[in-house]
Design a protein around this ligand. Structure first.
Ligand code: GAL
Length: 729
């Protein structure tokens, strides 16, 4: 009996213990019709905002506009290389203050979809991976590789633990309602086969095993994602997408609002009409989550942009680079969001009944079994012609390539092609800021200079720089015998320098002899040109510059950068001389970088020329000027149209890689909203600089005495630089 009593007590204790340990009831669940948050099923409207692409001072307004524009949630990647710049040394401040950003989103009444990655693609330097990761012994990215998996798990756990301790998950009272692991892994898995499958299985189990308050995990573009991962679609249109698991919501994780701009390329745009059409088609086909990629694109400040990516990441998003509404897109889509919310009760509780009304015309009716909720979508997918359709004994006019929405099945509340908002005229208006420049010229280093490292042969650029700088100097001495034939006949020997990219400046005896740039399509380059050499010792100094590191591509950790063998000099008595095997002297970065000329304290470490002595249109020149902040609130922008290529800082903050890169590539022309959009369809800026205007966040300025520093590689004219206001007329 005593034993029985004891047993019973024991039993009760075990039950109580189990109850205490049992996870709280999940607050975010889903079925095939959508996500259910605290018991309410929703059509979720989302937008991507990447926190390091704006400043903390800009975040509240950007988030407010997201809420006012009808978003339920925002989506952001987590930027590993910004958070762990060197192994184990973390940074979560300034533009990388993730928790602050999430708290502000919460305060603005928005949920968050956190895309932890940590591979994020995103046109971000190295796809978000810290460059040191590549140099961990045995490293292979995004595959079944132990060192990679250890590092990835370490970072993902770091973020999840941080979110937990900051109570950021919705069931804890925070804004995060779902997470993402990896990014678009499907195509990679398909390409690399078995190790890819094993890696996908591993990251699924790893992520699902973490304590994220039972929130759903999303992957995107990964069709055979193992459960519990929910696979999702990215693209310009996703209405035909079917999730791999039919019991999961139909998600459109990246609805591309246009496309990115590369240096040397045109600026893509996508119309408000077609963006709305893509949304409406998705929703009428049972879609229950869509995310604008990007809602606010912002800026790749400093050196954060990926390979050949411009500093601006505007992306023709709903907000412009400065965080202001991009009209008519913002307003038109805000109207659409209101109508979708009116239709929501019908959308989440019924499947569409589809009736064909013509070759390209359809009716989609959502009619709830209870509550009398009803929503009607009438669509016309004819890219050019409007259509008259009749449905339920009524006639309707549908513009070409459009969807009309009737949120109560009776009243037409919205048509995707009828845009009522107007685009205001935007002008860049010069401020009266006078920039009075000073200059400092840098000269190519010589073999054996004390800040150089002499080795045999040619080394990979990023292996040497670890991306601490865009620049690597390769210098060597070449002996020319007095009896060389070319010294008499005047036929210059030809120097040939192949490079993995991305820009190359050739200096012979301190003088710039030639320049070659790669492109996004072909980052590799070869310089080949006649060189003026004298009898005796000649100094060949090659300045190689990277222009961002790739963010995508099979095994991109194995790609090489900078100059490689064979470097040759032809036209000598001996024929061709291979210079690759001789001694080369390396210097990482520009001298001005190591002296911190870009900072207030470092800038006084050299003597600057000014007034009549100012040098301009000269390669390898630093410029500085101080200025007072122009008053007002309008965004400030630097007009760098007169410059060549280089870097810009204000008060030590990296503003940009500047480079007009006017190569005139791409075909711009008239752009009709009708018909399928692609990234080559509505191009602008052909024949003009890819980027002329560079955002200067107001919060980086003091009222007086701001230090503007420009490093110019090729020889621009700083006298043409001006500070302008982005003004709405
Ligand atoms: C997607 C990727 C995004 C971004 C986009 C293009 O494939 O997931 O991160 O790179 O392409 O802008």
């Amino acid at each position: 009996m005593v034993m029985f009593k004891n047993c019973r007590r024991h039993f009760v204790a075990v039950v109580l213990f189990l109850l205490a340990c049992a996870p709280a009831r999940a607050k975010v669940t889903y079925d095939d019709k959508g996500f259910i948050i605290n018991g309410q099923k929703k059509i979720l409207i989302s937008g991507s905002i990447h926190y390091p692409r704006s400043t903390p001072e800009m975040w509240p307004d950007i988030l407010k506009r997201a809420k006012e524009g009808g978003l339920d949630l925002i989506q952001t990647y987590v930027f590993w290389n910004g958070h762990e710049p060197s192994p184990g040394k973390y940074y979560f401040e300034g533009r990388y203050d993730l928790v602050k950003f999430l708290k502000l989103a919460h305060q603005a009444g928005l949920y968050v979809h956190l895309r932890i990655g940590p591979y994020i693609c995103g046109e971000w330097n190295y796809g978000g991976f810290p460059v040191w990761l590549r140099y961990v012994p045995g490293m292979e990215f995004r595959t079944d590789n132990k060192p990679f998996k250890v590092a990835m798990q370490g970072f993902v756990e770091k973020i999840v633990n941080m979110m937990t301790s900051e109570k950021m998950f919705e069931p804890q009272g925070g804004p995060i309602i779902m997470n993402q692991i990896e990014n678009e892994y499907g195509p990679v898995q398909w390409e690399i086969g078995a190790p890819g499958k094993a890696y996908a299985k591993w990251f699924t189990q790893m992520a699902a095993g973490l304590n994220t308050a039972q929130l759903p995990w999303i992957v995107c573009k990964q069709e055979d994602a193992p459960p519990p991962m929910i696979d999702a679609c990215n693209g310009f249109y996703c209405e035909s997408f079917r999730p791999h698991n039919p019991n999961t919501p139909k998600m459109f994780t990246e609805l591309w609002t246009a496309w990115y701009t590369a240096f040397g390329g045109p600026v893509p745009r996508r119309s408000a009409e077609d963006t709305a059409f893509s949304v409406a088609k998705f929703v009428q086909n049972n879609g229950s989550y869509f995310n604008y990629y990007m809602f606010h694109g912002g800026t790749n400040f400093g050196r954060t942009g990926a390979l050949f990516l411009t500093t601006s990441y505007e992306y023709d998003a709903l907000l412009d680079e400065y965080g202001l509404p991009n009209e008519p897109k913002y307003w038109h889509l805000a109207e659409l969001h209101k109508v979708i919310k009116q239709a929501e009760p019908a959308l989440v509780s019924s499947y569409p009944k589809v009736t064909w009304l013509g070759k390209n015309q359809e009716a989609h009716v959502f009619s709830a079994k209870t509550g009398g909720h009803c929503a009607l979508f009438l669509s016309n997918s004819d890219p050019q012609n409007a259509a008259k359709v009749s449905f339920w004994n009524k006639q309707y006019n549908l513009p070409a390539w459009s969807v009309s929405i009737f949120p109560d099945c009776k009243t037409e509340a919205f048509n995707t092609a009828r845009v009522h908002a107007r685009a205001p005229q935007i002008k860049m208006v010069r401020t009266n800021t006078i920039l009075s420049w000073q200059s400092y010229i840098e000269y190519p280093p010589s073999v054996g200079d004390k800040d150089t490292q002499v080795t045999d042969g040619i080394w990979d650029q990023v292996g040497m720089t670890r991306d601490a700088s865009d620049y690597l100097w390769y210098t060597t001495d070449v002996n020319i015998a007095p009896n060389e034939g070319f010294l008499k006949d005047g036929k210059e020997p030809v120097l040939t320098v192949p490079s993995g990219g991305h820009a190359l400046y050739v200096f012979i005896n301190g003088q710039l002899a030639g320049t070659t740039y790669g492109t996004l399509a072909n980052p590799k380059l070869t310089y080949s040109g006649g060189v003026k050499l004298k009898a005796g010792v000649n100094k060949i100094s090659l300045l190689s510059a990277t222009i961002g590191l790739p963010n995508v591509g099979k095994h991109y950790e194995q790609w090489s950068y900078g100059i490689h063998a064979p470097i040759s000099l032809s036209g000598l008595n001996e024929g061709k001389r291979d210079l690759s095997k001789q001694k080369w002297s390396y210097r990482v970065g520009m001298k001005g970088e190591s002296l911190h000329l870009n900072t207030v304290s470092g800038s006084s470490s050299v003597g600057w020329a000014q007034g009549a002595h100012l040098t301009y249109k000269h390669p390898l020149t630093w410029y500085k000027a101080t200025f007072n902040a122009p008053d007002g609130k309008e965004p400030l922008v630097l007009d760098m149209g007169s410059m060549g290529k280089g870097l810009v800082w204000i008060n030590g903050e990296g503003v940009a890689r500047h480079w007009p890169a006017n190569t005139g590539r791409g075909k711009c022309g008239t752009c009709s909203y009708g018909g399928f959009y692609s990234e080559t369809k509505c191009l602008t800026n052909c024949g003009q600089p890819s980027q002329r205007w560079y955002h200067v966040p107001r919060s980086w300025l003091k009222p007086t005495g701001n230090l503007l520093v420009v490093f110019e590689e090729s020889g621009g004219d700083p006298k043409g630089i001006s500070l302008v206001r982005r003004t709405k007329l």
